[in-house]
Write a protein that binds this ligand. Sequence first.
Ligand SMILES: *[C@@H]1O[C@H](CO)[C@@H](O)[C@H](O)[C@H]1NC(C)=O
Ligand SMILES: *[C@@H]1O[C@H](CO)[C@@H](O)[C@H](O)[C@H]1NC(C)=O
Ligand SMILES: *[C@@H]1O[C@H](CO)[C@@H](O)[C@H](O)[C@H]1NC(C)=O
Ligand SMILES: *[C@@H]1O[C@H](CO)[C@@H](O)[C@H](O)[C@H]1NC(C)=O
Ligand SMILES: *[C@@H]1O[C@H](CO)[C@@H](O)[C@H](O)[C@H]1NC(C)=O
Ligand SMILES: *[C@@H]1O[C@H](CO)[C@@H](O)[C@H](O)[C@H]1NC(C)=O
Ligand SMILES: *[C@@H]1O[C@H](CO)[C@@H](O)[C@H](O)[C@H]1NC(C)=O
Ligand SMILES: *[C@@H]1O[C@H](CO)[C@@H](O)[C@H](O)[C@H]1NC(C)=O
Ligand SMILES: *[C@@H]1O[C@H](CO)[C@@H](O)[C@H](O)[C@H]1NC(C)=O
Ligand SMILES: *[C@@H]1O[C@H](CO)[C@@H](O)[C@H](O)[C@H]1NC(C)=O
Ligand SMILES: *[C@@H]1O[C@H](CO)[C@@H](O)[C@H](O)[C@H]1NC(C)=O
Ligand SMILES: [Cu+2]
Length: 800
Amino acid sequence: MLLPLSLLAPPLSRAPKMLALFLALFLSPVHASESPAGTFADGGNTQVSAMMMFLGNSRKVYILDKAEGNAAQINGHPAWASVWDIDSHQVQLMDVSTNVFCASGMHLPNGSFVTFGGNGAIGPGGNIGSQKNPSGASGAWDSIYQDFDGSKSIRILNPCNDSDDFSSSACQWFDDPTVLSMQRQRWYSAAEPLANGTVVIIGGFVNGGYINRNYPNTDPMYEGGAAEPTYEFYPSNGQTPQIMNFMVKTSGLNAYAHTYLLASGNLFLQANYSTMIWNPDTNTETDLPDMPGQVVRVYPASGGVAMLPLTLANNYTQSILFCGGSDMPDASWGDYSFPAINTWNYPASRDCQRITPEPADGSAPAYVKDDEMLETRTMGQFIILPTGKLLMVNGGNNGTAGYATATGQTSSFSNMPFDMSLASGPVGTPAIYDPDAPAGSRWTNAGLSSSQIARLYHSSALLLPDASVLIAGSNPNVDVNTTAIFPTQYQAEIFYPPYFSATTRPVPTGIPSTISYGGSSFDVTISTTSYSGSANSAAANTTVVLLRPGWTTHAMNMGQRYLQLNNTYTVNNDSSITLHVSQAPPNANLFQPGPAMVFVVVNGVPSNGTAVIVGSGQIETQATAPVAVLPDSVSLASASGSADGSSTSTTGSVSPSASSSQSHRAAIIGGTVGALVLVGLVGAGAAVWFARRRRAMNAPVPTRPYQYSAAPGSGAGAGLGAMGALHQESPSTSAIAPLTMGGYRDVPSAGQERWGYEAPAMQPFAEAVSSNNSITGLSSQYDPYSAEVMSTTPAGQRRF
Ligand SMILES: *[C@@H]1O[C@H](CO)[C@@H](O)[C@H](O)[C@H]1NC(C)=O
Ligand SMILES: *[C@@H]1O[C@H](CO)[C@@H](O)[C@H](O)[C@H]1NC(C)=O
Ligand SMILES: *[C@@H]1O[C@H](CO)[C@@H](O)[C@H](O)[C@H]1NC(C)=O
Ligand SMILES: *[C@@H]1O[C@H](CO)[C@@H](O)[C@H](O)[C@H]1NC(C)=O
Ligand SMILES: *[C@@H]1O[C@H](CO)[C@@H](O)[C@H](O)[C@H]1NC(C)=O
Ligand SMILES: *[C@@H]1O[C@H](CO)[C@@H](O)[C@H](O)[C@H]1NC(C)=O
Ligand SMILES: *[C@@H]1O[C@H](CO)[C@@H](O)[C@H](O)[C@H]1NC(C)=O
Ligand SMILES: *[C@@H]1O[C@H](CO)[C@@H](O)[C@H](O)[C@H]1NC(C)=O
Ligand SMILES: *[C@@H]1O[C@H](CO)[C@@H](O)[C@H](O)[C@H]1NC(C)=O
Ligand SMILES: *[C@@H]1O[C@H](CO)[C@@H](O)[C@H](O)[C@H]1NC(C)=O
Ligand SMILES: *[C@@H]1O[C@H](CO)[C@@H](O)[C@H](O)[C@H]1NC(C)=O
Ligand SMILES: [Cu+2]
């Protein structure tokens, strides 16, 4: 296994190009008059197409692609994962065992990330893998791409940084469905965390398709075994997946249902043109009004959807904003195979609607028409900025997400005008939505440049710690195609929102590494070089916000949330400002436990984000405490700042500490915060004693906590449980090769024993239902990191 070596450096052949990029990005002089505000810059080559991304920590973005024929190779097969370094814009390839094609994903309370499901194994051209599942309808493994079936996968990643050993299993994806998997096959499932950090996973396709129905739709519940109308939890609470009626009601257009946890603990769901509130404990549904105009927002209509910032001004009222998508008539949507019409000629929607699902005054929830977008857009994606405005990027004017070789109107691939793309008219110009602006003036794209790179199906976008936005991916092709009209895209870009015109940025100190739900306030100080003009007005115009960028795929940022922390302030005699900041409100439904960034925004200019863990770091009911009363604000009329804190000036005076360079990057004032930024996420993760999910209600409680960083061997004898030993390697080899799955990856030579590995059970859906679906035993009972597993499953071999 050459995993460690290939991870440590990109192949030499790529080095010159990377070096050129590096030089272009960092060494060419950037003058203050050439502010990057509103522009795109090169973000490097992601080497795998960035269908999915998430911010692992202050240094790394993790990228996932589907299993496909990327030129970049790892362990003898094409790579479909990489980790992008925020400073260098270079990636290291990573190995993932299963096909993560169109998975869902979420953060966990301890700062790790998890992805759910995907497709069966495929080989070149998107064909079913060479090794079929027992049904014959999907792949268990493919001998060329060497991907395993990912349809039940639960993959876990513990984010690392450069001071960690990336070659160690601790920094790699854990991905082995024989050890940890969902109870059901789910492709395009929804995922949303509850207040205790448990993730609810909803619906999905069993196998593939454009939309989740046959036509006519005579079996809206199961579609003959192709639809999965149930929900389940990670970690599993032992419950057999139950049917969610809403999945039946919205059949056909219910993949990646838009799902948001509400203040009450219930969840808001929107799919097809239906809306409801769901109680996850009782599985009861309360209908809300239909989407006006029957505009579809879920995949493949793929509208931009976000929960608006929770602020003091709106009293943490949760409102969901929907923009764009498609209002194609029912028959146009076609079925699993393809749309009935030439979607690329059908303009996407420009309609926006807002809804407040739980109005504080008890009134009936209702959709309210919002300002229309500046253009029609499918696959537009909302990125919540630290300023509380929402950036919309990516997408196309016409059509839908998805790809196909034909439509109901174009039977031959050679007549498809955009190759496999079902969308056309890429929108290269971002737009910014201000939720607080008066109706009629919420959208603007003034001063924003256009990207020349089409970002259509399977593109993604993510807020970075410096408050710029990483934009990557786009691949409306069944397999890698760099010559298609909309090719497989590896080039990343960084978009700099307007506040990058500021020549200096606030540098807060004192942000803690963890945020609790209620309890004592904490003090954050910004120096005089962090703002300009009157200290009193700067202090009064400062907000402290918690922002979670989310796990992005398919024009969504799952888990994305923004919550303003309450604060008062003291203007000090040295013109610094001390902010007295409240913890998160004592209701984890408003902002679920887990990783986030804290930004301090002064006069509209954000600081860099500081990584924090919100809550206990564990999957459990989160402790809450009464909100401490904040000290009264203290002003000082004579104090003023020495920075250019303007969000609009591009030529303002440069503060002394920033005068050595006029590059926007260098002009961001250095300070002690740089070190603090990194402490939160990873530090908290390392310090936490990892309490484990209860593998069953009556699982033995571990007698001692298991520390993640425990030396290999300290848990000897523990292991995999039912499947027994999968690894024949020596312990030192298995420590760096967590991803192999026995006999399939290493094609056995004649007479060589396969190690008893069977692909995760892939019985047809109908069969599963009729057998009352007892859990296969391969499912969520074994958490490879779990103390319970360590202490209760003597069989097998330790993996790490
Ligand atoms: C990286 O992670 C380690 C813990 O894994 C932490 O101690 C360190 O501060 C982090 N930051 C940097 C810059 O490496
Ligand atoms: C959306 O839901 C409506 C109402 O149930 C249904 O008639 C329609 O077929 C659904 N659309 C699709 C494309 O499945
Ligand atoms: C804000 O919300 C809280 C909790 O829902 C409620 O108790 C309070 O009355 C609200 N305040 C205002 C001004 O609406
Ligand atoms: C989008 O659809 C409209 C209406 O059919 C059509 O006029 C336009 O040419 C399409 N745009 C592209 C890029 O195909
Ligand atoms: C890539 O797309 C082009 C244009 O449609 C097509 O001619 C070619 O066959 C495709 N290549 C592959 C490998 O699919
Ligand atoms: C500023 O100095 C005055 C006079 O020494 C003192 O009374 C006041 O408390 C100081 N204010 C702060 C915020 O330190
Ligand atoms: C806060 O600063 C922004 C950016 O300079 C400005 O647009 C806004 O009017 C200020 N708000 C107040 C209340 O001064
Ligand atoms: C988390 O909450 C869900 C929903 O109430 C519940 O089913 C689950 O058992 C809880 N998990 C833990 C670890 O508390
Ligand atoms: C914010 O803090 C102020 C000052 O202590 C207090 O009056 C106000 O009620 C707080 N708001 C919330 C939502 O806690
Ligand atoms: C903010 O982030 C940028 C980009 O990572 C970095 O160059 C800069 O040094 C950071 N500023 C501070 C004060 O840490
Ligand atoms: C975080 O929690 C998950 C779920 O319990 C676990 O699998 C993972 O190992 C934990 N991360 C670390 C760094 O321990
Ligand atoms: Cu997809």
